[in-house]
Design a protein around this ligand. Sequence first.
Ligand code: DSN
Length: 438
Amino acid sequence: MAEIGWDALTRNDPDLGALLDSEADHQAATLSMVASASMAPPSVLCANGTVMSNVTAEGYPGARYHPGAVYFDEIEALAIERAEYVFGATYANVQPHSCSSANLAVLAALLPRGGRILALDLDSGGHLTHGASASVSGRYYDVARYGVEPDGRLDYGRILGLALEHGPDVIIAGASAYPRSIDFARFRAIADRVGAYLLADISHIAGLVAAGLHPSPIDHAHVTTTSTYKQLAGPRGGLILLGKDHRQLSPDGRTELRKLMQRAVFPGFQGTPAPSSIAAKARALAIAADIGFQATMKGVVDNARALSDELMTLGYEVLTGGTDNHMVLVDIQSAGLTGIVAERALEECGILVNRNKIPEDRLPPTVGGGLRFGTNILAQRGMGPFEVRECASIVHDVLNGIRLLDATHYEMEGALRESVRERVSELCDRFPLQFDHE
Ligand code: DSN
C-alpha cells in the first residue's frame, strides 16, 4: 500500500516527491545529535501514512460522535493498552496531537483561571508550555519559577522553599535541557507539602523511563505527559498517563483524574483525534516494549557519557560536569563562540546540534550561549562510545577551526568543510539508518 502511494505521489507531484526523497537522503547522510530528535522506524512511518487518516471520529473507543470507527476503536484501544504496559500506567490518553497540547490540556483541567504554576525556568532548561512568558501557559496562569544552582543541578530544598512561598496549584517537573536525573519522588513530597498537583513532563527521557534507565514518575506524579517522537521514535504526538493516583479527585472534588483527563483532551482541548498518528503511536509503543529498544536506550546513555567525557577532555565546559541521560549541555561561550555560530558551522559540515540557552545566559535565545547535544540517533545508528568519541573529535575540529566575526557570523576554510564532510559521510555510511526488523 505504501509503495502504491509513493508511486502516485512521485508521478503526480514530482516536485514534492523529489523534496521528500532529498530529505530522506539528507537524514541518511547527516550526523544528527539534536537531543529532542530520534528516527522513527519505517513501520512507524508507514502506520502514520495509512488510510486511517480518512477516519473522522470524535470521542473515544466505543463512544464516538461519528460512525465508521470500528477499526479505529480497536487501534486506539491497542495504543492505550500498549502505552499502559510500556509505562506501567493505569490510564493512558493517546489522543494529544503533541505534548505541548497535552500539557495545556492538563493545566486547563487542574488549574482555575489565573491559578498558579511552579515550574523550571526556560533559561534553566524548562519548556515553553511550563509557564514561559511567550506561551499561553505563561499568559493565562500565574507562574513562579525555579532554576538550577550554579553547579547546574536542581536543589530540591530550594524548590520546596519556593513552593512554600508561592503556594502553587500545580508543580511541573520536567525539562528540555537538563542532563541529570530528576527525582520525581522528591517533587511529589514537595507537592504534597503544599497541596499541589504534580505534573511530570518526560518528553525528553520517555525512552529511558520506558527502558527502566531513568526513575519513572508514573506513580509519583498525579499526571505524566510525554511527546511520542523525541525519544520514543514514534510519530509527532503526545500521551497523557496516570499511575496510582488515577482515582484522585479533581480540584473541585467532583471528578476522578482519569475522567478529568478524558474530558480535558476531548472535548476540552481537541476535536477530532488523528487516527493515523494513533496507529503509529501503537506501533512505536510495541517497539518500545521490545528488548531491542532497551539495548538502544542503554546505548543512548553510554554514548552520552562518552560524548560528555570526550568533550571535557577536549577542553569544553560541560554543564554539571557530565550527564545521566541522553543529553550533554556545553557552555559554548567559554570556548569563545556563540550557540548560533557553532550550530551553523556544524550544520555546514553535516552535523546537527542545536543552540540552547543555558543558566545565567545573557544572550538572546536566537543566539544562545550553549550547545545541546543528544545521542538518541547515534545509538539508533548502532554507534558506540568509540564512534561517539570520533563525533566529538569532528565537532571539535569544526569549532576549533572557525573564526568568529561577531555574535552571529564566522569564517570557515573550504578545505576544513570538505574534510569534515568526508569524515561525516564515512561515519554515516558505516552506521546507516536501518531498522530491518522494525
Ligand atoms: N522542546 C523542543 C526541544 O527540546 O528541542 C522541541 O519540541
